[in-house]
Design a protein. Structure first.
Length: 106
């Protein structure tokens, strides 16, 4: 069981300040987890994939150190229990070179 403490979350969410983005599933304590779709978050995730990507996502292909984009194939799922996030299901991710122009032009 993987447990993520809730201490990294702030009351006032500011877009782009976190590598991961959460989307609540209905009125439950379950959340879908994505990688934030901004240049800084993607660069940070790709710079440290072993601590930013691998705990939550399985890669569908071998890691590409020259990757410039991240494509979420299936988001990870987490549940908030007693103030901590518990990983329910790992997501699937692909890191490739597609989308470089999108982020270079941002």
């Amino acid at each position: 069981m993987v447990v993520f403490l809730n201490m990294l979350f702030i009351k006032e969410f500011k877009s782009g300040t976190s590598i991961h983005a959460l989307q609540r599933i209905g009125n439950t304590n379950k959340f879908l987890v994505f990688v934030n779709d901004n240049k800084a978050s993607i660069a940070m995730a790709l710079q440290y994939p072993d601590i930013r990507i691998e705990p939550l996502f399985d890669g569908i292909s071998a890691y590409n150190p020259k990757a410039t984009s991240i494509q979420i194939i299936k988001p990870a799922e987490m549940e908030l229990r007693n103030g901590s996030f518990i990983l329910v299901e790992r997501g699937k991710i692909d890191c490739d070179n597609k989308g470089i122009e999108k982020y270079n032009n941002a």
